[in-house]
Design a protein around this ligand. Structure first.
Ligand code: IPM
Ligand code: MG
Length: 354
């Protein structure tokens, strides 16, 4: 029986997770799946309660599960730059601890929502891409990373961007494998004109590409990619890139769909275990108001059912239900509507049951 760890976190995290769990339960009922849920406190909520972003015992509980559903972490309350415990540490502990090096962030423009995007319809129409973001390397994990006093008395800071060849190879393989099941096109994004890590990245991806003669591929510099994403997003099928470039490009890419509130994600390692979360953050400005868009989290549960549990039908049913709710004109505030978070969840549940 699949066990799912639910980690709501902070801000709108608990609100959107509640709706996603409702939808998962409805999908389970409809398709006869036995799902077990287990809750744990992480992020700022855990700092308040336990003094750390994630307790070892809660990590251990996640290890007994088959997948994790995560809301979001962070907020102004825990933003002190001097603090040694930070909500984001929970995310990094999960990503690194479970070796979830491949973060898949699909960006598919929904015809019903084209008007919500700041980009013109003729540019957007038909956009369907996935960013494969490397998630356990680069600037997020490189050491040293610290603020320190230099011998001359000047305060300095350093972060380290480091990649090993095997780390690049495995994410490249993930991207090319994914492309094979799609339109067979990979764009590898780097900054090889400046960074050593990017030059190794490019060299390694070039080697991996030779094993995929059926997949068309090219390199693109990250600054150019950020422009191409809004100039001509349809040119992309699979984008593969390092951790921070992927972080930045996916916020940009979310605007193609009309709202950050629509983008799901899956973080995977070599097995079936996965961490599923919306790409938006904790949105403290709208937390507790019941107006957050739960669709990114709901769509993340569809990714979970498909990628961790092989429940393709149930996954497709959730996506179909979301589509019908949007087609019927229901919109949360981020998309200019008045539908509440809970109403949105209920509407998806109702469509799913129909
Ligand atoms: C994301 C988020 C996180 C990241 C933050 C909350 C640390 O922006 O998942 O994209 O930078 O990875
Ligand atoms: Mg981000």
């Amino acid at each position: 029986m699949p066990r799912i760890a639910v980690l709501p976190g902070d801000g709108i995290g608990p609100e959107v997770c509640r709706e996603a769990v409702k939808v998962l339960e409805a999908a389970a009922a409809k398709f006869g799946l036995q799902l077990e849920f287990e809750q744990a406190t992480i992020g700022g909520a855990a700092i308040d309660q336990y003094g750390v972003a994630m307790r070892e015992e809660d990590f251990a509980r996640c290890q007994k599960c088959d997948a994790i559903l995560l809301g979001a972490v962070g907020g102004p309350k825990w933003d002190d730059p001097e603090a040694s415990v930070r909500p984001e540490q929970a995310l990094f502990k999960l990503r690194y601890g479970f070796k979830l090096f491949a973060n898949l962030r699909p960006v598919k423009v929904n015809p019903a929502l084209i008007a919500a995007s700041p980009i013109r319809e003729d540019v957007l129409k038909g956009t369907d891409l996935v960013v494969v973001r490397e998630l356990t390397g680069g600037l997020y994990f490189g050491k040293p990373s610290k603020v320190f006093k230099a011998p001359n008395g000047v305060t300095k800071a350093v972060d380290t961007m480091a990649y090993s060849q095997p780390e690049i190879e495995r994410i490249a393989v993930a991207a090319f494998d994914l492309a094979r099941g799609r339109r067979k096109k990979v764009t590898s994004v780097d900054k090889a004109n400046v960074l050593s890590t990017s030059r190794l990245w490019r060299q390694t991806v070039t080697q991996v590409a030779k094993r995929y003669p059926d997949v068309e591929w090219s390199n693109m510099l990250v600054d150019n990619c950020s422009m191409q994403l809004i100039r001509d997003p349809r040119q992309f099928d699979v984008i593969v890139t390092e951790n921070m470039f992927g972080d930045i490009l996916t916020d940009e890419a979310s605007q193609l769909t009309g709202s950050m509130g629509l983008l799901p994600s899956a973080s995977l390692g070599t097995g079936k275990f996965g961490l599923y979360e919306p790409i938006h953050g904790s949105a403290p400005d709208i937390a507790g108001k019941g107006i957050a868009n739960p669709l990114a989290t709901i769509l993340s549960t569809a990714m979970m059912l498909r990628l961790s549990f092989g429940e393709t039908k149930a996954a497709g049913a959730i996506e179909g239900a979301v589509q019908r709710v949007l087609d019927a004109g229901h919109r949360t505030a981020d998309l200019g509507g008045k539908t509440s978070t809970a109403e949105m969840g209920n509407l998806v549940v109702k469509e799913l049951a129909a």
